[in-house]
Every structure is written in C-alpha cells, then in structure tokens.
Design a protein around this ligand. Sequence first.
Ligand SMILES: *Cc1c(COP(=O)(O)O)cnc(C)c1O
Ligand code: SF4
Length: 454
Amino acid sequence: MIANQKEVQVYRSFAQHNFRQIPQIIHLTDEEIMDIDVVSHVLPFKTNNYVVDELINWDNVPDDPIFTLTFPRKEMLIPEHYNKMRSAMERGATKNEIKILANEIRHQLNPHPAGQLEHNVPMIEGQRLSGMQHKYRQTVLFFPSQGQTCHAYCSFCFRWPQFVGMDEWKFAMRESELMVKYLKAHTEVTDLLFTGGDPMIMKNKIFSGYINALLDADIPNLQTIRIGTKALGYWPYKFLTDDDAEDTLRTFEKIVKSGKNLAIMAHFNHPVELSTPAVQEAIKKVIATGAQIRTQSPIMRNINADPKIWAEMWRKQVNLNCIPYYMFLARDTGAQHYFAIPLVEAWEIFRDAYQQVSGVCRTVRGPSMSATPGKIQILGVSEVAGKKVITMRMLQGRNPDWIAKPFFAEYDKDAIWLDDLKPAFGEKKFFFEDELAQMFHEELGFESRIHNLE
Ligand SMILES: *Cc1c(COP(=O)(O)O)cnc(C)c1O
Ligand code: SF4
C-alpha cells in the first residue's frame, strides 16, 4: 500500500489492548496472536499504522523483518518466563498479579545494562542531573522527559524499562536550565545528544523550548546538537503532514543558522525502512534544513544478520544523502537471547558487507558494543604468534586515553559480549580494568563527599 504524501496521515498506534483491531492480523494464527498477548505483558509492544500498512509485508509474516522488529513473539521470552506468564493468564490471574509477575520477570532481564543507571549521572551545584548522562568527554546525553516514548517500539530495545512503567528506572529531567548551566561549566563538551525514547515524539512546542534555551544561552563550546531518532523509520509523517511538521523543520533550520552542526542520528534497521515514498520525502525535507543525517543500527538475528542487507542499507542511505555511522551489537538485556549474534559472526557480516560497498559508505564503524568501559569495536580475528585472537579497540572510552588502542582477547566463536571474553596471552585482566574499578571507587567517594557538604 503506497500512501499519498499529500494526504494527511493520522497516526494510530496499536498495543496490547487493541492490536486485534489491526486488519492484517488475519494473517496470523490463533497461537501467534496468543503469543503476542503473553509476551507483550512483559516486553514493550507498540506499533502503528505506517509500520503495519507500509513497512510490513504481511505475505511474509511471521518471518518479515519489520514484523519481527515491532511484534513480540513467543521465542523472545525464555520458555520458563513464557510459561509462567501464560499460565497466569490462563488461570485468570488478576491485573495486579500479572503486573507483579511481569515485573519479577523484567528484573531478571538485566534492565539497565552497562551500569547505565548508577554511573555517568552528572552533577551541578550538588544536584544530580538525572535526565542527563555524561560518559564520554565531548558528548552529553539528554533525555527530555517528554521524549520517553517512540512512535513504535523495537522488540530488542534496551530502553524498555522506560516504556513499561517501571518508574524507579526512568531517568528524565524537566528543566533545561540546569542543562545549560552544566554545558557552560563543562567547556570540554562539544556535543549534546537528545535521546529517549525518541525526542522526535515531542511536539515542536516543547522541542523548540529546549532548543531556544540552548541557543539563547550562547554556549560557544556547544558545536553539535544531535537528535537520536527513529521517526524517519517509524513515522516519517512527523516531517511531512503532522501538524507541527513545518515548525519542527523550522527549528532545525534555526539550529543550523545559528552556526551549529545539527546531526540527526537516524535509527534504521533494514533497507525496507528506506524504501517508501514517505521516508524518502521526509529525508529530503530534513536535509534541506541544513541538517546532516547519520545512520545507525544494531545487528540482530532474525532482522538483519546478513551482509547483503547491510550493504544494501548503507548504499541506499548514501544514495539518499545520509551518512552511515555505527553498527552496534545487541545489548545484554531484554530479549538478547533471541536477537544476539556472536561477536565473531557479527564481525564477519560487517566485513563482508563493507567489502561490497565503496568508500563513501565506509564512514560506518563497527561492530561496536556499548559496554561499561566504552564503545568497543571488534576489529577482527587475527593470528598472533601462532595464536588465534580477537582484536578490538575502543571508539569511545570512559578514559579518552583508552581510545584507539588495539587489545586482544582469546578467540571465542561463541562470545556475545565483553563479559564473555578472556584477555589473550595469559593476561589476567584487560588493560583498562584496574583503572575502571578505581574510577567507580572515586565516583562513589565523590558523591558521598557532596552529600556530606549539604
Ligand atoms: C555512543 C555514545 C555517545 C556518543 O558517542 P559518539 O562516538 O560521539 O557518537 C555518547 N554517550 C554515550 C553514553 C554513548 O553511548
Ligand atoms: S526507536 Fe530506539 S528507543 Fe524507541 S523502541 Fe526502538 S530502539 Fe528503543
């Protein structure tokens, strides 16, 4: 179904309570429908009319990659969790019992990977800025409280605790005032990255409030404003026919006119998301404001674990004037058992795809895992002194001195995360481990000192 972009597209979302109203659901078996119901009590589930009508090929369901991307299925929970939830539902457990069980299961799914909650929270004037994260020297993340949702949810999302109402895990802040103060005090910061959820879920009224506060504050060290978003993939009408589409584009223009670089960090998982007239038109409009679009995606089994898909995706992105940026590895959270692929296999796919495209697509870096010490890129498998090893380097590090320094792990074809790897050549620890432990120690010491002063 091709939508006419001139026609206003009214956003309609589907979730656990109303997905049975999706007309195309007749393509699913009763069992598959039941599975969506069971799993969506634990993992977040939301899709919308654009995803359902223009992206999913219903003749190819349940294998369709975009179906897998937004619809839960049985295998996304381990059998023990699935069976527990299913039998609770079948015996007619109360809403509250289901909720308690769901939270119990969620707590076992490592909801905050890589020390996200306890570390990296910046402080100013003795206050924790809980809506911000400052892990890497030049870049601060900002989670505007109105951007803590998305136009649809990815079934592999690691931000899921923010979406399922586990309030104690929500990090968000209300005012931009403290953010401006922090950026002024930290002249090493050049980049501010709006993230979420999806900050492009915000109406321009709210979004431009944050932007105006930043631009009016005149912070010379702030040079790039980045917006991490999946709106181009899940709801391109945000930039075409939504009632604030034009105003949002004008806000983008204003950022560029102020002399700052505006980078839209667009999340695309599959070439299908680049194929509709709506997304192509939306990309044109965004680029016409002077913004750059950089693209990123995790590599996921059952969605895009194939070099042909990546080569096609990067080439299509460049043809649409987007800049390929990161290939990520599946984080150690949520349905990782269903989506994760071993590090070595991910590197093989990356390498194969990278060989198929020209240099203009090779701005992409990866595969990279966002682990506690930093963003770690798998450079590949090599043989050193007759021993097979995995070579890595950090693209970002908690300590900038760690960046771009190759290091080695014992070859392990099954390893899917840093924790699974052992340092090569009989070393007991990776080169950064002692310093990392020291940093955490100091961070805690710092906080308690602040506390004592108050
Ligand atoms: C990836 C990331 C950034 C941005 O890193 P770049 O390499 O500059 O894109 C910033 N903060 C955190 C916590 C990140 O994971
Ligand atoms: S778009 Fe990003 S934040 Fe939103 S559900 Fe997908 S991965 Fe999560």
